[in-house]
Design a protein around this ligand. Structure first.
Ligand code: BEZ
Ligand code: FE
Length: 296
């Protein structure tokens, strides 16, 4: 393996990985090397450009930690997250569509009783959310675990705010609910607002250089888990939002847009009195059964 040149390098790298025991890993790396090399050839990548790319990835690594996921952002703004989500979540007509996960989910959100206010101090106009979870035949699904998370009125998720003295992030505007015997769910929170994805790092600089904005249309994140059904990771978006057709991470699907209705101060759906205007959102979810062959 000497005197390798522009024409023989790709084959040389591919030959070097033939002993890889993990067949899928070898397949993935073979394709990655082929595409990377084709890319460099196609655009005649210069040494300066190659080094700029290395610097960009280095900066992306440096800013990344357990709550600042710059590599996920990079995947999101390049459309890779939406592509991978779309090709792995093909569902029958009528099932709720999936969309990007995003970087702000946390594993240990508190479980609240139905009807609770998950805002937990996050600022924003009151919003009451309710709906039903069913299978494709309309049969109610009880006991579904539903994680919900969203930003506050300033566009910040709790994990983006300063940690408490004990070094933790307080859980705000996020929580887990369990559907009732009729597949119903309801909770109180705050009105979602459009917000820019974190853009003070290398991905933000890249967006600016590309003439793109960092904004996402207002949305609530949901993750639904039920035995015998595919896990659903999705959003519900606010109708009329100005960014629905230019989402920085390409996550909007028409079936996920809903009407968030404004009400004057008065009696809320849970019977409580609200002394300022509030919103209601009604959204039903349809889960896709796991195919019999895929069940453990
Ligand atoms: C989000 O909606 O939380 C999100 C998704 C992708 C990138 C940044 C944020
Ligand atoms: Fe979000």
């Amino acid at each position: 393996m000497r005197n390798i040149n522009e024409d023989t390098i790709t084959q040389a790298v591919l030959a070097s990985i033939t002993n890889c025991k993990d067949e899928r890993f070898r397949q993935v790396m073979t394709s990655l090397v082929q595409h990377l090399h084709s890319f460099a050839r196609e655009i005649n990548l210069t040494e300066d450009e190659w080094f700029k790319g290395i610097q960009f990835l280095t900066a992306t690594g440096h800013i990344t930690d357990d709550v600042r996921q710059e590599f996920i952002l990079l995947s999101d703004v390049l459309g890779l997250s939406t592509l991978v989500t779309a090709q792995n979540n093909i569902k029958p007509e009528g099932c709720t569509e999936a969309t990007v996960f995003g970087p702000f989910f946390v594993e240990d959100a508190p479980t609240y009783p139905l009807g609770a206010d998950m805002a937990n101090g996050a600022g924003g106009e009151p919003c009451f959310v309710q709906g039903k979870i069913t299978d494709p035949q309309g049969i109610a699904l009880a006991g579904v675990s539903m994680d919900v998370w969203q930003s506050d009125e300033d566009g910040h998720y709790d994990v983006q705010l300063p940690r408490t003295e004990s070094g933790h992030h307080e859980h705000r505007a996020r929580g887990r609910f369990i559907s009732d015997a009729h597949g119903g769910y309801h909770f109180r929170s705050i009105l979602a607002q459009p917000y820019p994805i974190p853009h003070d790092g290398p991905v933000g600089k890249m967006l600016e250089a590309l003439g793109r904005h960092p904004w996402r249309p207002a949305h609530l994140h949901f993750m639904l888990v039920a035995h015998g059904f595919e896990r659903l990771i999705t959003h519900v978006f606010r109708d009329q939002d100005r960014y629905l057709d230019s989402d920085a991470v390409f996550g909007v699907r028409s079936t996920l847009i809903a009407d968030w209705v404004r009400h004057e101060a008065g009696t809320a759906p849970d019977g409580s009195l609200v002394d300022r205007p509030f919103y209601t959102l009604d959204y039903d979810f349809v889960l896709n059964p796991v195919k019999a062959s895929a069940q453990p």
